[in-house]
Design a protein around this ligand. Structure first.
Ligand code: DON
Length: 315
């Protein structure tokens, strides 16, 4: 596969939509991001990385971190988390409170905020430092082997928390606080609400580049095998995590994304999307402008173009 050529074609095809959509402004620090940026990186299962555009510009990973916290919990705790969180698409906005009450405190899936709060809560119990565990995991998987700039082994970790984004979100995080209290009222949190919120908010503030994100997601294309060759997830858990991304990873547009792209994918309101082509590669795309569901407009267009040009999808 001629990745550089394909990425060049994708970039040309999305040029018209780069800058389209609306930058998330409910977290004031995110509203300041230049909407005209676009980056895309592909990390192949055999270790190569290709990129185009702003693929080495740090971005706010936001909800894409939910994939990694869930992977850590599945790794440490197996299937137990599914007693506390379902795995059905929600068909509702990611921060909706309505369904959580109707479902008696069991979130629809681990990728809406209520579900991610439960996953973070469990990770906090398991590790004592949920946000640190997610950061360290991203550094271990997303650092470039060989220590090239941008990777952990080289000039130092570029993957870290963004204090401004974390504080900005904490100041405006009333809905997440409401969700956490509702979860606690149903007995579905093990730790104090304030601790869970803090770890969740910091985790969302993590900053990394498309290159690092594609590398970090590569274990999902490798059936659960980590960068160092160890087994992070069983084959079956890796399949399940990919399936949950496909059905629940792009807010209430998962059907539309399956239709247009046909790959497991997880979005964040910073404008990043991580997508997985099992057996082949992980793809990270970034464009800060979002559509009405919260998915990156340019990012979805790029994944659409990539899967059309390559003919790759899980279907
Ligand atoms: O909880 C929030 O509002 C953000 N920190 C993350 C939101 C996001 O990217 C989409 N959520 N599923």
């Amino acid at each position: 596969m001629e990745y550089p050529q394909i990425l060049g074609q994708v970039r040309e095809q999305v040029a018209d939509v780069v800058g389209g959509g609306r930058v998330a402004d409910y977290i004031p620090a995110l509203a300041a991001v230049d909407p005209g940026q676009f980056g895309m990186a592909v990390a192949t299962v055999d270790g190569a990385v290709y990129g185009t555009g702003d693929w080495r510009v740090p971005l706010s990973v936001q909800s894409v971190t939910k994939v990694f916290s869930l992977a850590l919990v599945l790794h440490a705790d197996g299937e137990a988390i599914w007693r506390r969180v379902s795995r059905e698409p929600s068909g509702n906005p990611f921060n909706s409170l309505l369904q959580l009450e109707q479902d008696r405190g069991i979130p629809r899936n681990p990728f809406i905020n209520a579900g991610a709060l439960v996953v973070t809560d469990r990770l906090l119990t398991l590790t004592g430092d949920a946000r640190g565990a997610v950061r360290d995991f991203l550094r271990a998987e997303g650092g470039r082997p060989g220590g090239e700039p941008g990777g952990l082994a080289g000039v130092g970790p570029s993957i870290d928390f963004d204090l401004k984004v974390a504080e900005s979100e904490a100041e405006h995080g009333h809905r997440n606080a409401a969700l956490a209290h509702l979860l606690a009222s149903y007995g579905n949190l093990e730790n104090p609400v304030a601790d869970v919120l803090e770890h969740y908010t910091w985790q969302c503030s993590l900053v990394m580049t498309c290159e690092e994100l594609a590398l970090a997601g590569r274990f999902l294309a490798r059936h659960g095998t980590a960068a160092d060759g160890s087994r992070l997830l069983s084959r079956s858990d890796a399949k399940r995590l990919n399936a949950t991304m496909l059905t629940c990873g792009t807010y209430d547009s998962a059907g539309e994304v399956a239709y247009r792209v046909g790959l497991p994918a997880k979005s964040g309101v910073g404008g990043a999307i991580l997508a997985v082509v099992p057996n082949r590669c992980a793809i990270a795309v970034w464009g800060p402008g979002l559509d009405e569901s919260g998915n990156s407009v340019a990012g979805l267009a790029a994944l659409d173009a990539f899967t059309t040009l390559t003919g790759w999808s899980v279907f």
